[in-house]
Design a protein around this ligand. Structure first.
Ligand SMILES: C[S@@+](CC[C@H](N)C(=O)[O-])C[C@H]1O[C@@H](n2cnc3c(N)ncnc32)[C@H](O)[C@@H]1O
Length: 234
C-alpha cells in the first residue's frame, strides 16, 4: 500500500470506498451526540457521514498526508496521526472502514481495539471480503492483501471478544473504460504495492482482463465489503 504517497489522488479514484463508507454509517448509525474514534480515516469519507449523523469524531490515520487532506476536507472532526495496528488510546466507540485487511495480523489488531473499548462499546467495521476484486485476483493471484470471506472475518471478531449484532456483504460492479484505467485507479488510490509482474506480464494480463471482463461500456470489477455492527464483550 502507498496511501501516504497517493493521498492527493485518493479521492478521485476511491468511488467504491466512499460508497462503502457511507453505507457503513447508514447500516449501523451511532447515537446523536456520541463520540467515536475513527481508525484509518483516510481523507474522511466515513468521518463526514458520521458527522452528518450528529456524532463527534476523533479521526485518526497513520499517514500525515491523509490527515492533512482529511483535516481540510472535514474540519469538524478532531484529526490526528496515529497507528491503528498496535495498542490504541481508550475510546467510547470505534469506527473503521477499508483498513483492517491491510494488517499482517488482524486478530492481534482486533484484540488491541477490544482492549481500548469499555464492555458494550460499539465497533462499526467495514472491510473488503470475497468476492472483492476476484476478476483481478483470478489473473494475478492473491496478495498483497490476504483475502478473507465473510465467515473468516466474523470468526476473527468472535475470537477477539466482539459480539456481532448485524452484518452483511455489499457487492457492487464497477465499470471502468478499460483494464488499464481500472489498474490506474487502483494505483492512484494507493492500494498497489511493489510491482509483481514484469512489463510483458503486465501487458498480457491487461489484454486478458479486457477480453475476459468486457461489458458494452468497458470492463467490470467486482467490489465487495463486509459491514459489521458489533459490541465489545465482557
Ligand atoms: C483504503 S484507505 C481507507 C480510508 C478511508 N477509511 C476510506 O474509507 O476512504 C486505508 C487508510 O488506512 C490508513 N492506514 C494504513 N495503515 C494504517 C495503520 N497502521 N494505522 C492507521 N491507519 C493506517 C492509510 O493511510 C489509508 O488512509
Amino acid at each position: 500500500m502507498r496511501f501516504d504517497q497517493r493521498a492527493d489522488s485518493y479521492d478521485a479514484h476511491a468511488a467504491p470506498q466512499k460508497r462503502f463508507a457511507e453505507a457503513l454509517a447508514a447500516f449501523a448509525p451511532l447515537r446523536r451526540g456520541a463520540r467515536v474514534t475513527e481508525l484509518g480515516a483516510g481523507t474522511g469519507f466515513l468521518t463526514a457521514a458520521l458527522l452528518a449523523q450528529g456524532v463527534n469524531v476523533d479521526a485518526t490515520d497513520s499517514s500525515p498526508a491523509m490527515v492533512a487532506i482529511g483535516r481540510e476536507a472535514v474540519p469538524a472532526a478532531n484529526w490526528s496521526v496515529h497507528n491503528a495496528f498496535g495498542p490504541i488510546e481508550k475510546a467510547n466507540a470505534i469506527a473503521s472502514t477499508g483498513l483492517l485487511h491491510w494488517a499482517a495480523d488482524p486478530a492481534a489488531v482486533l484484540k488491541h481495539w477490544r482492549a481500548a473499548l469499555p464492555e458494550g462499546g460499539r465497533l462499526l467495521l467495514g472491510v473488503p471480503c470475497d468476492p472483492c476484486l476476484n476478476e483481478l485476483r483470478d489473473l494475478i493471484g492473491e496478495g498483497p492483501v490476504r483475502w478473507r470471506d465473510e465467515s473468516q472475518w466474523l470468526a476473527l471478531l468472535k475470537g477477539a471478544k466482539f459480539d456481532v449484532h448485524a452484518h452483511g456483504v455489499l457487492e457492487s460492479e464497477e465499470i471502468y473504460p478499460s483494464a488499464l484505467d481500472f489498474l490506474r485507479s487502483l494505483h492512484r488510490s494507493g492500494v498497489t504495492g511493489e510491482p509483481r509482474l514484469s512489463a510483458g506480464e503486465l501487458r498480457s494480463m491487461i489484454r486478458d482482463y479486457d477480453r475476459l471482463n468486457a461489458r458494452p461500456e468497458g470492463v467490470v470489477a467486482t467490489w465487495a465489503w463486509l459491514l459489521v455492527d458489533a459490541t465489545a464483550r465482557g
